[in-house]
Design a protein around this ligand. Structure first.
Ligand code: NAD
Ligand code: LMR
Length: 334
């Protein structure tokens, strides 16, 4: 399914020692994400890159006694290439966050070129790495990374992910609040993309199929616009950082588990997907099984209610535009 763009053959053997690089490591997400990756025992080398404070954050985190070497880098002295050299997994939270009144798409003008340039560096210095994009708007930044990698003939669709795990975390938490259950036991598949109406929680696939309509509608709306809750609450000082760090660390941990050959590692992610390609939707989030070469299997959506089907139809219309915007950006600004 990926033959068209898999212009280089990549294959990996399982290991238990990995280099993880975080680009934007000194930011609101970057710092706690760096901390959580320092606590992951599969990580033996942790590279922290930022335009500012990369070395400071690295020195701080390096005092934690886990079995990894932490190094920090800034843009001077080829810091970015050193940070990326030999990376197995790259996490990208670099970019500006929203303020109240903004949509994620409003971040495009600033973040598109940041992500494009970091993708170029990944192509040059760690073409075999799994790249996990956190920077918004994810629906467009992931296609940007794909276009850059294609232009450099190193695109491996099995190793490019838009991180949508925060939607999954929120869905578990918010569902447990209305159902009166323990969120630890609530597993909600969230599909589509990562912005407003493109976020589609599949509540019918949980144990709570028969929520009253008003409760269901309010729950879906809260999951779709959970990011706005945090943006409002922070009053102009940024968006979700701590919950996102937890989400990013969970997703990175799943990618590492897959690379290490562990069985049945499944997380939803926004990926180059066959599910709706025939309708022009090149990227879509659904459950993905992770393996030694990145994506092992992209799951279908399963049985859906009419309401879920309608949400997916609406999501697809927006996704096509968001994806096209990312692709065109790289074509016009290579
Ligand atoms: P932040 O401003 O606190 O941190 C961003 C960091 O990126 C800063 O330290 C900055 O110096 C750095 N940076 C900027 N340009 C860079 C470059 N070219 N190279 C390296 N580093 C660079 O922002 P934040 O709150 O950490 O959010 C970061 C991004 O993550 C935003 O775009 C935000 O919208 C997004 N986000 C995504 C999700 C998601 O679910 N995918 C969730 C929350 C936030
Ligand atoms: C989120 O979902 O919290 C992030 O995408 C940040 C935002 O802008 O809402």
């Amino acid at each position: 399914m990926f033959a068209k763009f898999a212009t280089r053959q990549f294959s990996s053997t399982a290991s238990s020692a990995y280099k993880v690089s975080i680009l934007g490591a000194a930011g609101g997400i970057g710092q706690p994400l760096s901390l959580l990756m320092k606590l992951n025992h599969k990580v033996t080398k942790l590279s922290l890159y930022d335009l500012r404070l990369g070395a400071g954050v690295a020195t701080d985190i390096s005092h934690i006694p886990t079995n990894s070497v932490v190094k920090g880098y800034g843009p001077e002295d080829n810091g970015l290439s050193k940070a990326l050299e030999g990376a197995d997994v790259v996490l990208i939270p670099a970019g500006v966050p929203r303020k109240p009144g903004m949509t994620r798409d409003d971040l495009f003008n600033t973040n598109a070129s940041i992500v494009r340039d970091l993708a170029k560096a990944c192509a040059d210095h760690c073409p075999n790495a799994a790249i996990c994009v956190i920077s918004n708007p994810v629906n467009s930044t992931v296609p940007i990374v794909a276009e850059v990698l294609k232009s450099k003939n190193v695109y491996n669709p099995k190793k490019l992910f838009g991180v949508t795990t925060l939607d999954v975390l929120r869905a578990s938490r918010f569902l447990s609040e209305v159902a009166g259950t323990n969120p630890v036991h609530e597993h909600v598949t969230v599909v589509g993309g990562h912005s407003g109406i493109t976020i589609v929680p599949l509540i019918s696939q949980t144990n709570h199929k028969n929520l009253p309509k008003e409760t269901y509608d309010a729950l879906v709306h809260r999951i779709q616009f959970g990011g706005d809750e945090v943006v409002q609450a922070k009053g102009g000082a940024g968006s979700a950082t701590l919950s996102m760090a937890q989400a990013g660390a969970r997703f990175a941990s799943a990618v590492l588990d897959g690379l290490a050959g562990e069985k049945d590692v499944v997380e939803p992610a926004f990926v180059d997907s066959p599910l709706f390609k025939n309708e022009g939707v090149e990227f879509f989030s659904s459950k993905v099984t992770l393996g030694v070469d990145g994506i092992k299997h992209i799951h279908g959506l399963g049985e859906l209610t009419n309401a879920e089907q309608e949400m997916i139809n609406t999501a697809k219309e927006t996704l096509v535009k968001n994806i096209e915007k990312g692709v065109n950006f790289v074509k016009q600004n290579p």
